[in-house]
Design a protein around this ligand. Structure first.
Ligand code: NAD
Ligand code: UGA
Length: 469
């Protein structure tokens, strides 16, 4: 029986291994993590992450050929294939701080593999890592010279949160990079055999190691660039009277461009786009390519500009002050169908409004009050590092309340601000919301999901991204 072990039971490790277990019933799959509470949650009825369809997959395999464990060393030593899916956040200190990937977690996983292995292993980079990481990992794995052979593969993950299970069931492609030696090719074939249980052969591509590592950073950079491009257009739309939805539709009809991923928004969030682009920028700078670095930096700059622009537009339209005014925040997660708040644009928008002394009442169907308070008190780039919490200042604690109902959040508010595109926000009873708000009642739609004409008929003043007033 092939035994797979995955180090890191997070948003990638958990769902990916659950799907491998489901599709490969003859394999044993064990997911390990240093976080005892995370593993306990994976073994409970309340999984640690919210992801549509995940519960069903886990329920079908857990205890049969899918296990979650904290007994890391034992599971690693027994495995044939080891996936490493630990966090690779942006460095906060030292060389490359604010840009380079922090590989501390990866390195400690690699050292542990080297220390406990008694047989040859295939080690798979599942985490997103800088180009050439495999070379460093190889050195770490073989540092204690115990004669064990390691083949390193790069197998980056392309799933998006909120659609992870569907993305894993039907991937556009599975990418496997390996050494161009006979042993390297043999290892690639072993991993291909895993995915071939459900992924059509022509969707499994193999490359050399460095191409696979770089393709992951490139794919995220291209995706984020599309959003920054359409968001840059949204600013021009607001200045000229064009409508960004109409522009996106017309542009996306060109089959060379395509219609997906062209929704203007308050800005992209999530744990990866910004981190991976910063990482790419750092690699370019280290390789003496400042022009290329500056090109990609611009994608992040436009994203920051978009978030700031949203706050400025809100404050200036509310007579240049939100001091003491209640603003209702609908949605805090970085996108719908996830409870993940890492790098969510809501953090920047809320901090901007708090800076102008607004009172915020926040509602998100999947994000807890604790999480929201922690996010609003954290420094940039602290996410994904062990939580060194800074206490919120007493004034901002008073300025924020968190509720479990959109109507309560909007009651007596001067403005409603939609920051996540949850489906339920499309079908709210906006007449009821309007009736219970201060007047004039404003709606700031950061996701372009409301029917602007209908809301204006009710009496709202509506600001949407990239749309005429
Ligand atoms: P995560 O923070 O949710 O999970 C990482 C887990 O690794 C944590 O539970 C942590 O406790 C554990 N861990 C860290 N060091 C460990 C060690 N030495 N031994 C055992 N466990 C350890 O992160 P994630 O969102 O799953 O992302 C993981 C990687 O995948 C990152 O490199 C990310 O860029 C990449 N990625 C993420 C997504 C996504 O949608 N979240 C998609 C594609 C790729
Ligand atoms: C993204 C990529 O889509 C995945 O392929 C990749 O594996 C993953 O990053 C990763 O490496 O972590 P994810 O961040 O989970 O996935 O979600 P996306 O759907 O890409 O959305 C990212 C952000 O962009 C969200 O805040 C979303 O609201 C925003 N977005 C997306 C827009 O503003 N407009 C769009 O048209 C699309």
């Amino acid at each position: 029986m092939v035994k797979i072990c995955c180090i890191g039971a997070g948003y990638v490790g958990g769902p990916t291994m659950a799907v491998i277990a489901l599709k490969c019933p003859s394999f044993e799959v064990v997911v390990v993590d240093i976080s005892v509470s995370r593993i306990a949650a994976w073994n409970s009825d309340q999984l640690p992450i919210y992801e549509p369809g995940l519960d069903e997959v886990v329920k079908q395999c857990r205890g049969k050929n899918l296990f979650f464990s904290t007994d890391i060393e034992k599971q690693v030593s027994e495995a044939d294939i080891i996936f490493v899916s630990v966090n690779t956040p942006t460095k906060t200190q030292g060389l490359g701080a604010g840009k380079a990937a922090d590989l501390t977690y990866w390195e400690s996983a690699a050292r542990m593999i080297a220390d406990v292995s008694k047989s040859n292993k295939i080690v798979v980079e599942k985490s997103t890592v800088p180009v050439k990481t495999a070379e460093a990992i190889e050195k770490i794995l073989t540092h204690n010279g115990r004669g064990i052979k390691y083949q390193i593969l790069s197998n980056p993950e392309f799933l998006a949160e909120g659609t992870a299970i569907q993305d894993l069931f039907h991937p556009d492609r599975v990418l496997i990079g390996g050494r161009e030696t006979p042993d390297g090719q043999k290892a690639i074939q072993s991993l291909k055999d895993v995915y071939a249980h459900w992924v059509p052969e022509d969707r499994i591509i193999s490359t050399n190691l460095w191409s696979a590592e770089l393709s992951k950073l490139a794919a995220n950079a291209f995706l984020a660039q599309r959003i920054s491009s359409v968001n840059a257009m949204s600013a021009l739309c607001e200045a000229t009277g064009a409508d960004v939805s109409q522009v996106s539709h017309a542009v996306g009809k060109d089959t060379r461009i395509g219609p997906k991923f062209l929704n203007a928004s308050v800005g992209f969030g999530g744990s990866c786009f910004q981190k991976d682009i910063l990482n790419l920028v750092y690699i370019c700078e280290c390789n003496g390519l400042p022009e290329v670095a500056n090109y990609w930096k611009q994608v992040i700059k436009i994203n920051d500009y978009q978030k700031k622009r949203f706050v400025n537009r809100l404050v200036s339209s509310m007579f240049n002050t939100v001091s003491g005014k209640k603003i209702s925040i609908l949605g805090f997660a970085f996108k719908k169908d996830t409870g993940d708040t890492r790098e969510t644009p809501a953090i920047d928008v809320c901090k901007g409004l708090l800076g102008d002394k607004a009172h915020l009442c926040i509602y998100d169907p999947q994000v807890t009050e604790d999480q929201i308070r922690r996010d609003l008190s954290m420094n940039k780039f602290d996410l994904d590092h062990p939580v060194h919490l800074q206490p919120m200042s007493p004034s901002s604690v008073k300025q924020v309340s968190v509720v479990w109902d959109a109507y309560e959040a909007a009651k007596d508010a001067h403005g409603v601000c939609i920051l996540t595109e949850w489906d339920e926000f499309k079908t709210l009873d906006y007449q009821r919301i309007f009736d219970n708000m201060q007047k004039p009642a404003f709606v700031f739609d950061g996701r372009n999901i409301v029917n602007v004409d209908k809301l204006r008929e009710i009496g709202f003043i509506v600001y949407s991204i990239g749309k005429p007033l």
